[in-house]
Design a protein around this ligand. Sequence first.
Ligand code: SF4
Length: 213
Amino acid sequence: MESKKVLENLIISGIYFLQDKSLLEEILSFQESINEKIDRIVSSEKFACEKECYYCCIGWEVKGSIPEILLLIRELNALPEEKREEIAKRLEEYKLLEKKEDIPCPLLDSNLCAAYKGRPFVCRTYSSYDKKLCEKKKEFVFPEIVEKALDTVNKETSLVEEPFNYLFDTKIPITEISFDRENKLFFLNLAETVYIYPAKENIEVKAGKYAKI
Ligand code: SF4
């Protein structure tokens, strides 16, 4: 996708959100319903994956669509303040790393994902029949259900109209997540137009520098 057009549509989306944040809430509910569908597909098959197995959380920088990253942030913001600060520190250190091979995801906490309920597609669908292959980082063919889950996501998101479809099509890394030291909350800076603070009970949208021009 052409990057200027992407940026324009992200800015337009941000302006809509400033005017009416219920649009953003709708988008997050839609993403949640997609996540539920993905979970149903993945749970229809028996894998070797189990709680506290975290080989797939090491050595790569997780990416997700903007709604996925916002749901991830919402889970982070529901953590106790001390834990949020701890993860924010790890995230800042992680951002400074040039190479991330063998480095655990900064959201990995005591062998568990700190934002498990809001994890993005790549994490939701990473599934293996053999943990040894994951441990040794051996390449393996992903189960067919991953393709099925991807088809479901594409089918659902293809119904989203401009400018919001760009939110679903744009993949960003978790290093785009920021931490507000004053409010002790994670947020996303959307194209310098809005700062979005998703939380369980509320979603706060603040004007960024482009929205103030
Ligand atoms: S976001 Fe969560 S599930 Fe995904 S790699 Fe990081 S810790 Fe693991």
